[in-house]
Design a protein around this ligand. Structure first.
Ligand code: PEP
Length: 234
């Protein structure tokens, strides 16, 4: 069984979410399906689909205009929160320390963070991919996560670009993440691959060792694109 998580980013509407969850109700798959949507769509009944958010405040409540706490997200019935997505790191200056604080708040609210790590093109070209991945995991995943966490490896240069690393690059990255999590006492934590996953490459990517599922951006927006990814692995 794999985990198939969609990230709608700043797209969609409550109506399009209802349309999607209705389309997913009767598909023939035992995979766990998660849709992480904008805050304004939280509270829509996902049925067999678990609903998640895309960010949460590190703070519980108070004078933090524009922020939404993990407890507020939990109150909508959501179960997951993406934390440290590359677009949050790029456009909002989120560091590993900020990501870890947010992930800890998500866990404290009883939700599961999907913590994203991955290298930029500059870091890849400088030969720093493995170092960035390892420090990303060590510094972004709370040590006391107690196995209530998912990690997503998302090479930042490949997101939304139609590019993917080679299978052996994905295998090396996922082995490093699995080994790092084990050394932190978090062995068995699911590790998803994300960046330009689609129906045509999902099965192959999910056959790579230590790939426990996928995090899907653009191809999670329409049932015709998302369903083939979910059903590509039994
Ligand atoms: C993402 O935003 O997490 C992502 C993986 O995007 P895409 O699938 O569009 O590359």
């Amino acid at each position: 069984m794999k985990i198939i998580a969609g990230n709608w980013k700043m797209n969609g509407s409550r109506d399009s979410l209802v349309h999607m969850v209705t389309a997913l109700q009767d598909i023939d798959s035992k995979n766990t399906v998660i849709l992480c949507v904008p805050y304004t769509m939280l509270g829509v009944d996902g049925g067999r689909v678990a609903i998640g958010a895309q960010d949460a405040s590190a703070h519980d409540h108070g004078a933090y205009t524009g922020e939404v706490s993990a407890n507020m997200i939990a109150a909508t019935g959501a179960k997951y929160v993406i934390v440290g997505h590359s677009e949050r790191r790029q456009y909002h200056g989120e560091t590993n320390d900020i990501v870890r604080a947010k992930a800890a708040a998500v866990i404290a609210a009883g939700l599961t963070p999907i913590i994203c790590v991955g290298e930029t093109m500059d870091e890849k070209q400088a030969g720093k991919t493995m170092a960035i991945i390892e420090s990303g995991v060590r510094e972004s995943v709370p040590n006391d996560a107690n196995n209530n966490v998912i990690v997503a490896y998302e090479p930042r240069w490949a997101i939304g670009a139609g590019l993917t690393p080679t299978d052996s690059e994905i295998a090396d990255a996922h082995k490093l993440i699995a080994d790092t999590l084990t050394s932190m006492g978090l062995g068995g934590t699911p590790v998803l691959y994300g960046a330009s996953v689609k129906g045509t490459n999902a099965a192959q990517i999910m056959s790579i060792p230590n790939v426990d599922g996928v995090l899907v951006g653009g191809a999670s927006l329409k049932p015709d694109d998302f369903i083939p990814i979910i059903t590509s692995v039994k």
